[in-house]
Design a protein around this ligand. Sequence first.
Ligand code: PEP
Ligand code: MN
Length: 336
Amino acid sequence: MIIKFKKSATVEQIQASKNWLIKKEISFQEIDSDNYTLLLLIGDTSHISIDTVQALEGVAEVRVIQEQYKLASRTFNQYDTIITLDNGVKIGGENFLVMAGPCSVESEEQIMEIAKSVKKSGANVLRGGAFKPRTSPYSFQGMGVEGLKLLEIAKKETGLAIVSEIMEASQLKYFENVDILQVGTRNMQNFELLKELGKIDKPVLLKRGLSATYQELLMSAEYILAGGNKKVILCERGIRTFETGTRNTLDITAIPYLKMKSHLPVIADPSHAAGLSQYVESLSMASTVSGANGLIIEVHNDPKNALSDGAQSITPIQFDLLMKKIVKLRKVILDD
Ligand code: PEP
Ligand code: MN
């Protein structure tokens, strides 16, 4: 339930409503707004009637949010959330963001070469995994802190913002200079990690779990938002289906669905969805047309010898061609 107070509501009237809620043992969050006060009631509100709340002094309007995810829902905020990075890059609304880079940071030469080329092609954010969640314990686990340092060097050299995956809250201290913290598929429901990320003021890229429903993804976003961090980006990265021809199946429907139900930016990851580089272009185009607010694409200068996800990585030349197509496509979409 959301309580909107009249512009003319006095501090005393608002406080009296808060006291009434406290007496009824209902938790609430006060939402900042230029013109009026909003109170978002959290938890079970079934024991209070809308009419009673409506009758409280100073109340202008009462709205019921049906969804379990409240802060993430469009009912709560009808306007698209727009997140601005430190370097001015905007995510959400009409803005289109492209994150590109290798699955894993492997060396300074590798990350620098890729960073420079994806920047030239128009990417806004450099991706690169340092802590890698691998299916096999024998696979490359990432360069760790050293990998993050190399990303920071690439950031300094190119001016690109950087995104990297955090696997547990104890790693937060290493992510000070990382612009966007990625929560990977396997951690989408690591609620303790989500709660910690709710306490910081940094964008979080939340990837959909391998077999998570839309509702589960939005509830995970809610964990971060409920902690006070409003900068959440949702990511459709393919789900597990009965199909074995590709690594996963890109659920295109997720894009318009999530945008309809939530005000948060939604981006697509065609690389992990397909698992094969030859499909990355088509899936990128499809995601763009479906209304995605951006893409995250794996690009490697030597895919055959990549230490992780080489099969799905496109080359810098392929990325450049793809970006040119995306730019044309965006023009058509925006002209509409
Ligand atoms: C990645 O981005 O390299 C990654 C491991 O992604 P996901 O969590 O979607 O598998
Ligand atoms: Mn990867």
